[in-house]
Every structure is written in structure tokens, then in C-alpha cells.
Design a protein around this ligand. Structure first.
Ligand code: NAD
Length: 367
């Protein structure tokens, strides 16, 4: 695995915030297998089971809160990371209605703290900030949003992530980019990533469709599908991680023109409605039962929201690897292996993903 991503991660000190969460735990695992020195900084995992603890990984795990700047600073002084992947966040829309202040403080001030500490840390060369496709002002139109489109957000989660984008852009322009002004105090390169919904094994978050299905099937219950006809772009978690790692590679290699905002999403034929996803999962897991229920009209939820990923494809040469049916199959297979065989197959799925990426001639997978 060492020769992937131009071998930049081999022996590199990497800090992953949010490593106890769904995406962060997969990213930390992949980075460790690329022979990076990985430190994770997060709150403790909230679900039982959770992917991070199941991996039983030997990465250096630190428990802490990104809202505490002093605590973060100590981590940077001691660990001296060269690149930071910032994933820690209150990551769900519905809880953001229940606890908006926590969402705003973690996602806005938490992001500002992480970037500020990167700014004063002499070791940091690159920062990859993870936001979301929901950072765009959703006009419910049928076209994909481009990186130049207007930011916004109706619910507190989306708004907090739009703010995280603005904070990132402000730091980049005021302190980091090595362009026009003389007051730039740092050569750190910062990029932000706006990826859409991801699925994969090891997610037990509340109020997400795949974990909801899994929780119901293991209890032999029928799952209620809240928005059966809602269209969502579906992507395996490894797709977005390959994009973050590619971008991290460019930044570590000092490519300034990549220090900007990026969309990463699936191809248009990966955009299925929720009911089709459940039916496709059922083919691989016949015990799944579901019924359609009325959407809870009390909370506003976005309808159609897709991304235009032309820039990622043309400039970064990133491309999706698994199609939507492979994505659902791998996801279902992960949970079946876990519940039927007590096996955690994350590493073997990363290897399958790499093999397929090589066949598809993905740029990052070429030696
Ligand atoms: N899962 C998705 O479909 C999806 C889609 C788009 C963007 N994202 C973004 O990707 C990132 C990771 O999402 P996820 O699905 O893994 O979420 P998750 O809820 O599984 O994990 C969130 C992580 O952040 C940590 N965290 C939260 N608040 C913190 C705080 N104040 N201090 C320290 N750590 C804190 C948690 O401990 C956990 O490790 C988030 O930034 C999220 O907004 C996720």
C-alpha cells in the first residue's frame, strides 16, 4: 500500500480530528496502512458498537474537545503534525435542531481553533478541512452546485458548515496563501472538501438511513422510511477519503493551486431515491423489512441537492471507483460479516477498493 498517493504519507505525521467517528475511523485506518504516524484527536465515541473501537487500531488516540484551543495547542506542540485532516464536527442535521449552539460551537469555533493552531504551529504544512455539500444555499434546483456557487444553510448543521467554509477561506486569504500580500505569515496550504452523503460499514449514527436499517434488521423489526422518494447522491465512504488523501498529497507536495475548495460526489447514475437503496440492500440481506412513512413535517429537510464535480475530475483527476450498486453491496456485506460472523472487514474492503481503483486506473492508485 505504501506506494499509493505518491508515497507522501509514508513516515508522515498526520493528525486526524474526529477519528472516533465514522469517516475519521476509516481515514485513520487507511493512513496507518499507508505507514503514516497517525494521531487522532476527538471526543469519545458515542455509539456502542462503534467502528473506531472495533478496529482495535494502534494509532495514537487522544480524547479532547476542539472547542478548547489550549488543549489543541498542546497536542500540536507534542505531536508536531505535518498535515491535519479536520473531520471533527457535530455531523447530523436533526440533532442540530435540538442543540444548535453545540453545533455552531463545534463546527464554527472548533474549526477556527483547529486552523488557528495550525497557523501558529511550525510543523504544519497542509490542512484539509472537511465540510459538506450542504454548505451551499440550496435552491432546490436540478443542477449540481459548483464551488463558485453561493454558500448558505437553512438548518443549523448546514449553516455551521457554510460558516466553516467562510472561516477556512478567510484564514487562507489572510494568512496562508503565498500570493499577493506581504503580511502572509505562513506557507501552510489549506483546502476544504464538500462531499455529500457517504455510506459504508461501521456507521451507527442516529437518524441516518443505513444505520437505521441495520438497527432494525438486527432487532427483526421493520424500518420506517421517512422520505422514500427523496433523491440523494450515494457514495462509499472510501470514495470521499480517496479524494481527501489525493488533495492532501497535492498540498504536501506544495501545489498551491490546489489550496482551495473542492466538491467530491458520485456520478449522476449514483443518485437514487431512498426506497431504491433499501430495496437494493434487501437483495443482499433478505431479512430487511421496511415500510414507507410520512415525512416528519416539523423539521425542514433539504430535497434535491447534487454537486458538480467537474473541477475534481479535470484538475485533480479524481474519479469515483465503486458504482452505487457496488457501494450498497459492500456496505451490506460489511454489516452482515459483523453480525453473522463477528468479523470486521474494513481493511479487506480497503484492499478491494484499491484493487478496483487500480483496474479503473485511478490516478492515486498507480505506482
Ligand atoms: N457521514 C456523512 O455522510 C458526511 C457527509 C458530508 C460531510 N460529512 C462530514 O464529515 C465529517 C465526519 O463525519 P462523520 O459521518 O464521521 O461523523 P461522526 O458523527 O461519525 O463523527 C464525528 C466525529 O467528530 C468528533 N467530534 C464532534 N464534536 C467534537 C468536538 N467538539 N471536539 C472533538 N471532537 C468532536 C466525534 O467525537 C467524532 O469523532 C464531519 O465533519 C461531517 O460534517 C459527513
Amino acid at each position: 500500500m505504501n506506494n499509493l498517493f505518491g508515497s507522501v504519507y509514508k513516515g508522515t505525521k498526520v493528525l486526524v480530528t474526529g477519528h472516533t467517528g465514522f469517516k475519521g475511523s476509516w481515514l485513520a485506518l487507511w493512513l496507518a496502512k499507508l505507514n503514516a504516524y497517525v494521531t487522532g484527536f476527538s471526543l469519545p465515541p458515542i455509539s456502542t458498537p462503534n467502528h473506531y473501537e472495533l478496529l482495535d487500531s494502534d494509532i495514537h488516540s487522544l480524547v479532547g474537545d476542539i472547542r478548547n484551543c489550549d488543549e489543541l495547542n498542546t497536542v500540536f506542540v507534542e505531536e508536531k503534525p505535518e498535515i491535519v485532516f479536520h473531520l471533527a464536527a457535530q455531523a447530523l442535521v436533526r440533532p442540530s435542531y435540538q442543540n444548535p449552539l453545540e453545533t455552531f460551537s463545534s463546527n464554527i469555533m472548533g474549526t477556527a481553533n483547529v486552523i488557528e493552531v495550525c497557523r501558529i504551529s511550525p510543523s504544519v504544512k497542509a490542512i484539509v478541512i472537511i465540510t459538506t455539500d450542504k454548505c451551499y444555499e440550496n435552491k432546490e434546483w436540478q443542477w449540481g452546485y459548483r464551488e463558485i456557487d453561493r454558500l448558505g444553510g437553512y438548518d443549523p448543521y448546514s449553516a455551521s458548515k457554510a460558516c466553516a467554509e467562510i472561516v477556512s477561506s478567510s484564514y487562507r486569504r489572510s494568512f496562508f496563501s503565498n500570493t499577493d500580500q506581504s503580511n502572509k505569515s505562513s506557507n501552510v496550504l489549506l483546502a476544504s472538501c464538500r462531499a455529500g452523503n457517504v455510506i459504508g460499514g461501521g456507521d451507527w449514527a442516529e437518524d441516518r438511513i443505513i444505520p437505521d436499517i441495520v438497527r432494525s434488521v438486527v432487532k427483526s423489526e421493520s424500518v420506517q422510511i421517512r422520505n422514500p422518494y427523496a433523491i440523494r447522491p450515494w457514495q462509499h465512504v472510501l470514495e470521499s477519503l480517496s479524494a481527501y488523501l489525493m488533495l492532501g498529497q497535492k498540498l504536501l507536495e506544495g501545489e498551491q493551486s490546489f489550496a482551495e475548495a473542492w466538491n467530491f460526489g458520485p456520478d449522476n447514475d449514483h443518485i437514487l431515491n431512498v426506497e431504491t437503496i433499501v430495496k437494493t440492500m434487501q437483495k443482499n440481506w433478505p431479512e430487511i423489512k421496511y415500510s414507507n412513512s410520512q415525512a416528519d413535517g416539523s423539521l425542514h429537510e433539504a430535497g434535491t441537492l447534487t454537486l458538480d464535480c467537474t473541477k475534481a475530475k479535470q484538475k485533480l483527476k479524481w474519479l469515483p471507483v465503486w458504482d452505487v450498486y457496488q457501494t450498497i453491496e459492500k456496505t451490506t456485506d460489511w454489516y452482515r460479516q459483523f453480525y453473522d460472523k463477528n468479523t470486521v472487514c474494513s481493511l479487506s474492503q480497503i484492499n478491494e477498493y484499491i484493487d478496483f481503483a487500480k483496474q479503473k486506473k485511478a490516478r492515486w492508485a498507480q505506482s
